[in-house]
Design a protein around this ligand. Structure first.
Ligand SMILES: [Zn+2]
Length: 356
């Protein structure tokens, strides 16, 4: 762990930024837990320095909280010379949880993980209560963000009732060529590489590729996904699991499983970006130490077996001291960024039981 990466930051009082404030406050907590020197930086509102510093990730939690005042069937460009519906409402899990909320919750966790590593994260929608834009508008927002990678999060559905036979994740890649030459070359190259990196991260985390819909080793080829047909930055379209399948639905609906998915997605993005062309380094300010953050710890913690029980224990902690003791038991070599991300996950999903 790098001492320079742990910064003293102010917490934010407002409810709008409460979630961010939780993460920032916990960075300090994590730093003191592992007895690292904390750099005094009174105005440190900038993203954390880390292995993803200088990288931008566009995150698109599929669907929206509400379509009130908008017409889902409005026809928009499909990226193949035709049109398709602006949006759909998304699926509902057999647990009763809506797909748009599952996508939103996991996207928030991924955002925490990426920001803890220094990435800039641009979201396709601002909340899980209102409208989030048509598929073509979201693709255009991804293009405008100039992200290194755009990731759309979805969960599939195969029947109205329970479907015990079909389960697992898949990444949807576009059938090629796509008419737009830039889209075709980006998605055939880095888009495919990013999708395979995501598939591999899911497998490393213990998730199984889908056993249905012609999915081959976690990859499905389709022509009708506007999010990739219209996106000129490398795009990954994730179907995390099948919400009709009771086991997938349970994992995607609950905190422990959601955290494991979020860590797998964060790791998939990290491992793709590790192979993608890096931006030019930003010169250090005079006297500023090079953080030299090693991001490998997050990878090591990705397995559900390692993270799940700890998150459950942390969620059950009734005092800050208890949480600190649990974290200390994990060993002093766990990076502050990872602790921050994990605690942000716990607070986000469990509503923040600890005093902050
Ligand atoms: Zn969906």
């Amino acid at each position: 762990m790098s001492a320079a990466s742990v910064r003293r930051v102010r917490t934010h009082g407002g409810s709008v930024r409460r979630w961010i404030g939780v993460g920032a406050a916990l960075a300090v907590t994590a730093g003191t837990l592992v007895a690292a020197p904390v750099a005094a930086e009174p105005n440190s509102e900038a993203p954390a320095a880390g292995s993803l510093t200088g990288r931008t990730v566009f995150l698109d939690p599929g669907h929206q909280g509400s379509a009130d005042g908008n017409r889902l069937t409005k026809q928009v460009p499909d990226g193949r010379g035709g049109t398709k519906d602006c949006q759909t409402t998304g699926a509902t899990a057999v647990t009763g949880k809506k797909e748009h909320t599952i996508n939103w919750d996991i996207a928030q966790l991924v955002k925490a993980g990426l920001e803890s590593q220094g990435a800039r994260v641009v979201m396709s929608r601002a909340d899980d209560t209102g409208w989030g834009g048509c598929v073509d508008e979201r693709a255009e927002a991804a293009n405008r963000s100039k992200a290194d990678v755009a990731v759309s999060l979805h969960a599939d559905s195969t029947s109205v009732g329970a479907d015990r036979g079909k389960s697992g994740f898949h990444m949807i890649v576009p059938s090629l060529p796509v008419p737009d030459a830039t889209v075709a070359s980006v998605q055939a190259g880095n888009g495919r590489k990013a999708s395979e990196a995501m598939r591999d991260a899911f497998k490393r985390a213990g998730f199984k590729p889908a056993n249905y819909a012609g999915v081959k080793d976690g990859i499905q080829t389709r022509s009708d996904i506007a999010a990739v047909n219209l996106t000129r930055v490398p795009a990954v379209f994730v179907e995390m699991g099948n919400l009709s399948n009771p086991e997938d639905a349970k994992n995607l609906s609950e905190a422990k499983g959601s955290s494991a998915y979020a860590l797998a997605i964060t790791n998939g993005i990290k491992s793709y970006l590790a192979t993608a062309p890096a931006p030019a380094p930003v010169p250090l300010a005079p006297g500023e130490a090079d953080p030299q953050v090693d991001g490998s710890e997050l990878e090591d913690l990705a397995a559900l077996a390692a993270v799940g029980p700890l998150i459950e224990e942390l969620a059950g902690a009734t005092s800050l001291e208890e949480a600190q003791a649990l974290l200390l038991a994990q060993g002093a070599d766990v990076s502050a960024q990872v602790l921050k991300a994990m605690l942000a996950v716990v607070y986000t999903l469990f509503g923040g039981k600890l005093p902050i």
